[in-house]
Design a protein around this ligand. Structure first.
Ligand code: MLT
Length: 349
């Protein structure tokens, strides 16, 4: 055991933590990411995704008291360096519904404001007993760093423009439910024949990236649609080429005409530095309003990860309309995140 590791064991022992915990690979700068971490969507095989969906369905069928026993006595920290409503609340409610104790640390009201590093905040949370950390951070790759310095299972709740894996899982479950498919399983053909358009600010969207990396693996055709300022050819680092599962389109109306599912995205103003965009022109070409929807995609499922900016990428009428599944997405967030949390702790149901 290295000197640092020995110190960590001594410290953990002094704090009354169990030997198992003291010997956790949490000793410092572990090359190993703890099993149960969810850092990106690509790490999950189709079988892993099917397993998470099956767990979600089983958890939905349990009563509240049964669910509350699953993580009773466990401690989960939520560490948020960016604002969040849906992701934070659903992770927190999911953890509490499984019986876990949660604590929330946000950059606005903690020592992060005084300059504490991610590493030190993570080690502090671990020293206080956190057994898993849910992290949202503006820097791509921050969850992996935290996983390596703490050795704890880390759940990526959105890192910069990189990944938002649990969002892709909840979006998938919403699609399955609304297309009348079994939401408890998938394979590589489940979405064969289904065309999904992801529309708007693709280049700054971790939601777009995670979905674009998941849905084609389940058989879906994915069209990325937006203006060149928000969707350069190299969007997502996955330049569409022959054989690529991704297509790029500029014409929203014709994209809508081919789509069964339309995912609208918010313009990520906080990440637009250096991008000049004519907003009025954008609204004219890419806003999803009732007339456009009725004309080109009267049956398509309309999704949005939120927050929606009514009157910009989507009109209020469409967001509140029968084709929209925005609230269903939020509800599936709670359901899927319970399964992801159980996976983090290696608990099977
Ligand atoms: C995100 O955190 O990426 C959101 O769910 C989407 C957005 O912020 O527009």
């Amino acid at each position: 055991m290295t000197e640092l590791a020995t110190k960590a064991v001594v410290r953990d022992a002094a704090m009354g933590l169990s030997t198992a915990r003291a010997l956790h690979p949490s000793t410092v700068n572990s090359p190993v990411v703890a099993a149960g971490s969810l850092l990106n969507i690509e790490q999950l095989s189709v079988a892993d995704v099917a397993g998470i969906l099956a767990t979600t369905t089983r958890l939905q069928a349990m009563n509240a008291a049964e669910r509350a026993r699953l993580l009773a006595g466990r401690t989960i920290a939520l560490l948020f360096y960016e604002s969040s409503t849906r992701t934070r609340t659903s992770f927190e409610l999911a953890a509490k519904s499984l019986g876990a104790m949660t604590t929330l640390v946000s950059d606005k009201s903690s020592s992060i404001e005084k300059g504490e590093t991610l590493k030190d905040t993570g080690l502090t949370l671990r020293a206080l007993g956190a057994e898993a950390i849910i992290l949202r951070h503006p820097a791509s790759g921050a969850p992996e760093l935290l996983a390596r310095v703490t050795g704890l299972p880390i759940l990526n709740a959105g890192d910069g423009m990189h990944q938002h894996p649990s969002q892709a899982l909840l979006d998938l479950r919403t699609i399955l439910l609304r297309l009348g498919k079994d939401p408890g399983t998938v394979d590589s053909k489940t979405l064969a024949g289904v065309t999904v358009a992801i529309v708007g600010d693709i280049s700054h969207s971790r939601v777009a990236r995670s979905n674009a990396q998941l849905l084609p693996r389940l058989g879906a055709r994915v069209i990325l649609c937006g203006p060149v300022e928000l969707l350069p050819k190299t969007a997502l680092g996955l330049d569409p080429h022959e054989g690529s599962p991704l297509e790029i389109a500029r014409d929203f109306d014709s994209t809508l005409g081919q789509s069964d599912v339309v995912m609208m995205l918010r313009i990520q103003k906080e990440r637009l530095a250096g991008v000049s965009l004519d907003l009025a022109g954008y609204v004219e070409r890419y806003q999803l309003g009732v007339e456009r929807l009725a004309a080109y995609a009267p049956k398509a499922l309309v999704m949005h990860p939120g927050p929606i900016i009514r009157g910009l990428e989507i009109t209020g009428e469409v967001a509140d309309g029968a084709q929209a599944a925005i609230e269903l997405q939020v509800a599936q967030g709670l359901a899927v995140r319970r399964a992801v949390l159980l996976r983090a702790f290696g608990v099977q149901v």
